[in-house]
Ligand binder design. Structure first.
Ligand SMILES: Cc1cc2nc3c(=O)[nH]c(=O)nc-3n(C[C@H](O)[C@H](O)[C@H](O)COP(=O)(O)OP(=O)(O)OC[C@H]3O[C@@H](n4cnc5c(N)ncnc54)[C@H](O)[C@@H]3O)c2cc1C
Length: 502
């Protein structure tokens, strides 16, 4: 679609209205599209059905304390170039802290730290890996062999429908190396179990996150609750930059006329929001219901979205009357509790009064085994697990707690899923899709969501004959890594970067 920008008006002619972009969904995909298009002389309306922005990366208010509690800890890595660009764009980039090392506490209680050493990528983590105290020397050799095979594979074995667990078994891994090393990294990065994840996604995490660059693996942790970061701060920024943010405004359906041309979006209230461009940035299981049959049948591959599955994440919030965890964050390989984030240390949020107690956020990704269990049972299992690690947990008083299981936390990165992720541009002129589940080349992450929003915004600018590259490139591999692993991201990664030709 091409929309001619109006010619400069005669001094007495009234200005024609600017093109109107309406975005459904105020998660990171919709927010990224709105932020990228703001301040460009367009009219932008962001429609969000909930009373807050941020989508899955948001907080709820604890009625007992009035405090913002995140639905779950959200971590990004320095290889997330588009999320970083988005945060700079909207002025929240100062609200993160970078962790130069990842702390592991092995089953025998020994601490290991993964940090970049002096060697160039992809060998920068070799020193810390060799010093890691939760794997024996033979296990390290096995893991090293597996990593080398994965890195040098260059995508040849991806897309064959094999699970990563199957690939690992074929490449010399044992249940212990799979449990203590491969699961520890991948289950949290991809929110999927090894026996259900695709080889290509696993390779992408290791190559792009841990091998290609020296600092790509470093974590970025928010210093404020998500509800402030992607909620209130974004609402303020968008309003100041001319975006009309309408909360508690559910979209019922995209409207097309009898000729199939886009008209805008019909709200649940019955109001029609007329628009030249529409970005549907809702989760994959909602998108079909927002598209009328006449539009849906023209969008290739839309029927295949029904084959996508979800994967759950459980977040457990624990407020203790005393300090029980001596780390700011820690990974617990081989346990029910996968990650512990100490929010008293990271965000300065004590649990009891100005200087007392400790507030911990626990993350359990791909928490299929917890789905049938009640909150009390999950909390008790988590407390028992933590008490084995830190016996002081048994003596500490639990002041309060929250257990949040998001059943549809992310789309599941099952083998073959890449073939069913649709591009952002659709066959209906002016209609774009966005969301972490669309074709971004990334797993279900905030980075993927922002990429999709940027891709939709890039498409709109191209249609307005103002082409501009909004999507940031992935981190350039360091020189030695480039030589060893291949040259561009397309050769390095089993999953080619999404095609965004506009
Ligand atoms: C528990 C949990 C932990 C996670 N941890 C991490 C992590 O550590 N790192 C990471 O990178 N990613 C993480 N993720 C994934 C990350 O949150 C998502 O990838 C990202 O937020 C998705 O953004 P999105 O905009 O695509 O979708 P969403 O955030 O789902 O946004 C879609 C929005 O559309 C709105 N909507 C739906 N229907 C309508 C309608 N009819 N009208 C108007 N609005 C509508 C919804 O209310 C929602 O706000 C986690 C996710 C969960 C659930």
């Amino acid at each position: 679609m091409t929309i001619e920008l109006p010619a400069p008006p005669h001094p007495t002619t009234p200005l024609p209205p600017p093109p109107h972009v309406a975005i459904a969904g105020g998660g990171l995909a919709g927010l990224a599209a709105a932020a990228a298009l703001a301040d460009r002389g367009l009219r932008i309306t962001l429609l969000e059905s909930r009373p807050r922005l941020g989508g899955r990366a948001s907080s709820f208010v604890d009625p007992a304390t009035g405090e913002k509690v995140d639905n779950c800890q959200h971590v990004s890595m320095r290889c997330c170039t588009n999320l970083a660009d988005f945060c700079r764009r909207v002025g929240i980039d100062g609200l993160f802290r970078t962790e130069p090392a990842v702390t592991f506490l092995g089953p025998a209680g020994k601490v290991s730290r993964l940090a970049a050493g002096i060697l160039p990528a992809p060998l920068h983590l070799a020193g810390s890996f060799l010093r890691a105290r939760y794997l024996g020397p033979v296990e390290k050799l096995r893991v090293g062999y597996g990593l080398a095979r994965l890195a040098l594979d260059r995508g040849d074995e991806a897309g064959r429908g094999e699970s990563f667990a199957g690939w690992l078994l074929r490449h010399g891994q044992t249940p212990r190396t799979m449990d203590l090393f491969w699961s520890t990294v991948l289950v949290s990065a991809l929110n999927e179990r090894l026996d259900r994840m695709d080889v290509g996604h696993a390779r992408k995490v290791f190559v792009d996150g841990f091998l290609a660059t020296k600092h790509g693996f470093e974590m970025e942790l928010p210093l404020v609750p998500l509800g402030e970061l992607y909620g209130s701060r974004l609402e303020d920024w968008l309003s100041v930059h001319g975006v009309d943010v309408r909360l508690t405004t559910g979209v019922k359906e995209v409207e097309v006329d009898d000729e199939g041309a886009l008209r805008g979006m019909r709200l649940r209230s019955g109001e029609l929001v007329a628009a030249d461009f529409v970005v549907v940035a809702v989760p994959f299981d909602r998108v079909r219901s927002l598209l009328p049959e006449s539009a849906a049948e023209r969008i290739e591959g839309l029927d295949r979205i029904g084959q996508m599955e979800s994967s759950p994440i459980t977040g457990v919030h624990l407020w203790f009357d005393r300090a029980v965890c001596p780390f700011d964050h820690v990974v617990l390989p081989g346990r029910l509790v996968q990650w512990v984030f100490n929010h008293t240390a990271i965000q300065g949020r004590p649990a009891a009064g100005p200087d007392g107690g400790q507030y911990l956020q626990i993350v359990i990704s791909a928490s299929y085994d917890l789905l049938g269990k009640g909150r009390d049972e999950i909390r008790e299992a988590v407390l028992a697990d933590l008490a084995e690690v830190w016996p002081v947990v048994k003596d500490a008083r639990l002041i309060r707690s929250w257990v949040v299981t998001e059943h549809g936390a992310t789309f599941a990165v099952r083998p073959g899923v890449e073939a069913i992720r649709p591009p952002q541009r659709t066959a209906v002129d002016g209609l774009f899709l966005a969301g972490d589940w669309t074709d971004t080349g990334w797993p279900a992450t905030m980075e993927g969501a922002v990429r999709s929003g940027y891709a939709a915004a890039q498409g709109i600018l191209a249609d307005l004959q103002r082409p501009e590259r909004l999507i940031r490139r992935e981190l350039e591999p360091d020189r030695f890594a480039r030589w060893l692993l291949g040259e561009g991201p397309a050769r390095r990664s089993a999953i080619p970067p999404a095609r965004v030709p506009w």
